[in-house]
Write a protein that binds this ligand. Structure first.
Ligand SMILES: *Cc1c(COP(=O)(O)O)cnc(C)c1O
Length: 434
């Protein structure tokens, strides 16, 4: 199914122009809409739950900048904080009071966090976490799970090797095999695989790195007891457990997935929401590990724009709202209504879907089977998703342009937005059949 082309002529022209000067016309691959076989819509503006494209189309936005915009776009309190900070200067390369204030909020929200280092992207946060883990344990290997995304640093752009618990191979050109070999890639939700890796690479695993709720292969929650068993396997083996909560941090609860599942990581990576829509991220955790960072310790890490005053102001304003009141109850209620509506609509249309949802992140997989790992995701009907995506877009619903991504519900989504989305889904499911 293609889009109603006439609605998107300015975006089509803009994309043609952008492709002359930007590789692929975009600054991050998934934005090119390649996974849904069309060109992207170019965004002109956004406010609350809506985004507006340059052709004048309006959409209810379920991408929310891939997670950060949990309060909705251009939230008045965040905007005010950004403008006030900008007026005092946009970057100093020197410490500010706001960074300590933000660190205190993060530490208050997470049981497992005693110290925080702010940086500019989730990629940097995870890159630094694994450097810290290697320095702390004096070991080299990192375990990661298939389908989890941890940014684009060399060690983590890797795919599973030939056998279970075998070291990885590079999944991007430009990543040397000698670096890929330092990562072991295992299936998500498979505790036996982790045991096998600890056996095979005895004494060499610095850290197990995981999204405690996977949200970069669609949304997949941890199986019962999985995270606890990871915790136990790491304990006593002098291996750190790193929770990449770049999506789930301040999303599933103020204390992220760790609060939800009552479990503590040794290190936590935060990003997306913690920037309040601006570029900011954090690596955080136990003081004895964090204090290995320069200038205190021997692990080097630095950033010209780290703790940037405008980003820090946006973050402080965002966390102030999220850590007070009943935000997470509201998010749960909106998302639960949407989940039930989508499930109903699919059922009535005679289409098999599996909806995985944790709080305000969810995925609607086109399959009649449970989806518990990346292999399950790959067996879903991607062609169906593409048709669904196009039909939703044509009705003013902006979903992530890939079957391997999550839907994000924000506090700005109103009951009317959710209702409209369910109505659009009814039509879209009918069109898939038709
Ligand atoms: C987005 C994401 C990252 C990378 O963050 P960037 O800010 O895009 O570098 C890392 N881990 C997870 C779980 C993410 O979702």
């Amino acid at each position: 199914m293609t889009r109603e082309q006439s609605k998107y002529t300015k975006s089509a022209d803009a994309f043609a122009q952008a492709r002359k000067y930007l590789p692929g016309g975009v600054d991050s691959p998934v934005r090119a809409f390649g996974r849904v076989d069309m060109g992207p819509v170019f965004v002109a503006a956004a406010k609350g739950s809506k985004i507006y494209d340059i052709d004048g189309n309006q959409y209810i936005d379920y991408v929310c900048s891939w997670g950060p915009m949990i309060l909705g776009h251009a939230h008045p309190a965040v905007l005010e904080a950004i403008l006030a900070a900008a007026q005092k200067g946009s970057s100093f390369g020197a410490p500010t009071l706001a960074e300590t204030e933000l660190a205190e909020k993060v530490i208050a929200a997470y049981d497992s966090i005693e110290k925080v280092r702010f940086l500019s992207s989730g990629t940097e946060a995870v890159m630094t976490a694994i450097r810290l883990a290697r320095a702390y344990t004096r070991k080299d290997l990192i375990v990661k799970m298939v389908g989890c995304y941890h940014g684009h640093s060399d060690s983590l752009l890797v795919a599973a090797g030939s056998g279970l618990a075998e070291t990885a191979i590079a999944s991007s050109a430009g990543v040397p095999d000698s670096i890929a070999k330092l990562t072991v890639v295992l299936p998500y939700n498979d505790i036996e695989a982790v045991k096998a890796a600890f056996e095979k690479h005895k004494g060499n695993i610095a850290a197990v790195l995981i999204e405690p709720v996977a949200a970069n292969m669609g949304v997949i929650g941890p199986a019962d007891g999985y995270l606890q068993m990871l915790r136990e396997l790491c304990n006593g083996r002098d291996t750190l457990l790193i929770f990449d909560e770049v999506i789930t941090g301040f999303r599933l609860a103020a204390g992220g997935a760790q609060e939800l599942f009552a479990i503590n990581g040794d290190l936590t990576c935060l990003g997306k929401i913690i920037g309040g829509g601006l570029p900011a991220a954090a690596v955080a955790g136990r003081a004895d590990i964090m204090d290995m960072l320069a200038p205190l310790g021997p692990v080097y890490q630095a950033g010209t724009l780290s703790g940037n005053p405008i980003a820090t102001a946006a973050a402080n304003a965002t966390l102030d709202i999220l850590t007070k009141g009943d935000c997470y109850e509201k998010l749960e209620s909106s998302a639960a209504t949407l989940e039930a509506g989508l499930a109903d609509a699919a059922k009535n249309a005679g289409i098999d879907v599996t909806i995985n949802r944790l709080g305000s992140i969810m995925s609607c997989f086109f399959t009649d089977k449970p989806v518990r790992n990346f292999t399950d995701v790959q067996s879903t009907d991607i062609e169906c998703f593409k048709k669904f995506f196009a039909a939703m877009l044509n009705q003013g619903i902006y979903l992530a342009p890939s079957a391997y991504e999550a839907m994000f519900v924000s506090l700005a989504h109103t009951p009317e937005d959710i209702e409209k989305t369910i109505e659009a889904a009814k039509n879209s499911f009918a069109r898939i059949i038709g």
